[in-house]
Design a protein around this ligand. Structure first.
Ligand SMILES: *[C@@H]1O[C@H](CO)[C@@H](O)[C@H](O)[C@H]1NC(C)=O
Ligand SMILES: *[C@@H]1O[C@H](CO)[C@@H](O)[C@H](O)[C@H]1NC(C)=O
Ligand SMILES: *[C@@H]1O[C@H](CO)[C@@H](O)[C@H](O)[C@H]1NC(C)=O
Ligand SMILES: [Zn+2]
Length: 422
């Protein structure tokens, strides 16, 4: 149920509101009058969901520095009658900060049927929380259109807040609902938090939960699948020489060029002719040569070059993609100076979409789902859903923002997914 309240700010018109309310997202909020700011704040303060979302966005939690937001979420869940466990996760940098996953359930029900999960870390840099009336709407706007900006508003604190309130509302209506929450760290880095959870006694074999719902920005659609990732480096070694006497050396860049131009089109080569794999659900695998580093000066024959390549996998897995790349490179060069070094990757992920009333999409980004090993029971396959508020298109950008309407609708969306699974 959506109720759109029209906020009439006519009473404040004397302070020249229309221009102030058309504040673009990138605009300076200091231009606003106090009374405008107060009227926007009031919308947030009057809602426990929006207030909780504001509180966790205001706490910076760039990957590997999630402790403060973790403590806040943990206290909030304890105060709301959840049993909460901290899962300490090893730091991935020099930072000595403690960091932990939060695992929450009701009473002694440590192995609930339904698990809802999202991540509490964000990408850098921290961007402060701010409120913005929708642009171009004059002095009247729908409460639902109020825009909330700042790092993590979308990815993934929007999902975290909506999941918490969907769980609270569900438990309020059905106190015996067997649900648990997992808020993990390090998703934006390496999936360290989810990998830790995956290997822990909270993820037994066979699985104790029959449904898991992942929260990430999906624009309120159910996601049918997302691509996997696979990275490698192509390295060429040559021999340095004066550029006036190139025959005295060997150009590493000349060696790598034909290989890179082949790789650059590998997504267009049909799979049966050695190209990257494709799928009906996720389309083509794509390949990006993201960094090329080599040479020292224009007048020196380059002795070394390396290129970093990332593949977004629509089908197959890292291991058969490794074979495809190896064969393609071997096909195209007999140069013994060229080598390929493969990195770890993840397979494409497919999700369930059998709950009605949702739009269904696919996305090209990776999630924690790839880091959680699901131990299906022979007679029961664990159902996995991917759903959440906000758009991935702004998620890692300077203009990361979400509307009040999306956050509130996501609470209802999660509740529908939970009740379908109960
Ligand atoms: C808190 O949870 C316990 C079970 O662990 C339950 O007996 C009690 O009624 C709950 N209290 C509230 C306020 O929900
Ligand atoms: C996949 O790649 C082929 C070959 O380049 C192209 O014809 C086709 O349109 C692509 N499909 C999608 C879904 O992008
Ligand atoms: C590699 O060479 C074989 C045989 O010449 C050819 O059939 C295949 O298409 C080539 N693969 C690529 C990716 O160019
Ligand atoms: Zn995310």
């Amino acid at each position: 149920m959506k109720i759109y309240l029209i906020f009439s700010l006519a009473s404040l018109a004397r302070v020249a509101l229309p221009s102030v309310l058309q504040q673009p997202l990138s605009g300076e909020l200091s231009a606003e009058t106090d009374s405008t700011k107060t009227s926007l704040d009031r919308i947030i303060v009057s809602s426990p969901l929006l207030s909780f979302h504001r509180d966790i966005v205001r706490i910076s939690s760039i990957s590997d520095h999630e402790r403060n937001v973790g403590e806040f979420v943990l206290d909030f869940l304890s105060a709301h009658n959840f049993t909460v466990e901290k899962q300490i996760v090893q730091s991935e940098s020099e930072s000595q900060d403690e960091r932990f996953n939060i695992y929450a359930y009701i009473g002694e029900n440590r192995h609930p049927d339904i698990l809802l999960t999202s991540h509490i870390d964000t990408v850098p840099p921290f961007i402060p929380y701010s409120l913005h009336a929708p642009a171009g709407k004059g002095s009247k706007f729908h409460r639902a259109d109020l825009l909330i900006a700042g790092r993590g508003t979308v990815d993934a604190k929007g999902s975290v807040a909506a999941i918490v309130f969907a769980a609270l509302e569900t438990l309020n209506e059905a106190p015996d609902a067997s649900i648990g929450l997992l808020f993990d760290v390090g998703e934006e880095n390496s999936g360290a938090g989810m990998k830790h959870f995956s290997d822990s006694d909270l993820n037994p074999s066979p699985a104790s939960f029959h449904t898991i719902i992942f929260g990430e920005p999906t624009e309120l659609s159910l996601v049918a699948g997302h691509k996997g990732t696979f990275g490698f480096k192509v390295i060429a070694e040559g021999k340095a020489a004066h550029s006036g006497y190139p025959w005295l050396g060997k150009s590493a860049i000349s060696s790598i060029l034909p290989v890179l131009s082949l790789l650059d089109t590998l997504e267009d080569v049909p799979p049966e002719q050695g190209g990257l794999l494709r799928s009906d659900v996720l389309g083509n695998s794509t390949l990006n040569i993201g960094v090329v580093n080599g040479g020292v000066a224009g007048n020196v024959v380059p002795a070394h070059v390396e290129a970093s390549v990332k593949v977004r996998l629509a089908a197959g897995n890292p291991s058969n993609t490794e074979d495809i790349v190896k064969k393609a490179v071997k096909n195209f060069t007999t140069d013994s100076g060229v080598s390929v070094v493969f990195e770890r990757g993840s397979s494409p992920q497919l999700f369930d979409t059998d709950v009605g009333g949702f739009n269904v999409i696919t996305v090209n980004y990776g999630t924690d789902a790839a880091s959680l090993k699901i131990h299906d029971r022979e007679d029961r396959k664990v159902r996995r859903y991917l759903y959440g508020p906000g758009s991935i298109h702004v998620a890692h950008g300077d203009d990361e923002a979400i509307t009040v309407g999306e956050l509130e609708e996501a609470v209802q969306g999660y509740k529908r997914l939970i009740s379908a699974a109960l």
